[in-house]
Design a protein around this ligand. Sequence first.
Ligand code: UDP
Ligand code: MG
Length: 331
Amino acid sequence: MKPELSVIIPIYNEQEGLASLFARLYPALDALQTSYEIIFVNDGSRDNSVSLLAEQFRQRPEVTRVVLFNGNYGQHMAILAGFEASRGQIMVTLDADLQNPPEEIGNLVAKMREGYDYVGSIRRKRQDSAWRTVASKMMNRLRERITNIKITDQGNMLRAYGRNVIDLVNQCAEVNTFVPALAYTFSRKPTEIIVEHEERAAGESKYSLYSLIRLNFDLVTGFSLIPLQIFSMLGMLLSASSALLVIYLLSRRFLFGAEAEGVFTLFALAFFLMGVILFGIGLVGEYVGRIFQQVRARPRYVVQTILQDGMAQAQAEAVPYVRLEKRQVAR
Ligand code: UDP
Ligand code: MG
């Protein structure tokens, strides 16, 4: 029998926090009185997480499945692998570090049962460092302007998705993507609720400044061409104004004679324009890089093993993900 609810959790070096995650997650789901499965996706952890997950699987094999990657492919790839393995009608994603309280899953499920196919969440009071909260708010606003995706709180992974949405997500072969935004584009009736947010229970954030910047590029250039268009328009504007400048300087030349001053102003202008040009080339490079990765068509991630119940295995043969895996190898 397929469960109603699939909970998907990406795991990367989370050994310190897993015990307390298990201790809160299972009771919270048992309390919901519905059939569920929990899919842990190990994203190539180098610590003890795998053996902790395997032990937990032995404790509750009927509701636990563990997908093991052969390397680190990133949080969003891990979630996508979880989606492909999932069999529920409602998929819920959350972080392993207990920043998303498992007790909130019930509220998401309740909202889904009202007929929505995408339930996002907004953190009541975000418990992250001040600079991340501020930077994330600014990016959030900019991204909303550029991509037309209405997600109030983009950095938060605690969300629920309907089967119709996830079936479409599973058909996408995008290499670098941002799961909540991708799913949002497929949803027919999205909504959001407010949830609690806690400080990281143990261990530290797996995102460096670099990976956060990369993630934001995935969000903006992965979902919109507007940055390119802004650049073309900026280019037109600059050409027009430099044409005016040329006319002005020419007429000055004939009225008052040659001038040699203002050299440093010229430098400043030239450097500024060079900066603009370099940024533009970099931006084009972002899109070209994406195209390159996409046409190379390597498997997005490699699943080494899946730990699951014998029963679950038999059912899985009958449902999509085994087939999907084959397709990925074929590509
Ligand atoms: N994660 C992952 N692969 C990665 C980085 C992170 O699977 O390469 C997982 C991590 O184990 C956690 C979730 O993604 O469950 C969110 O990571 P983290 O809490 O470090 O991010 P933050 O809360 O700082 O945004
Ligand atoms: Mg976290």
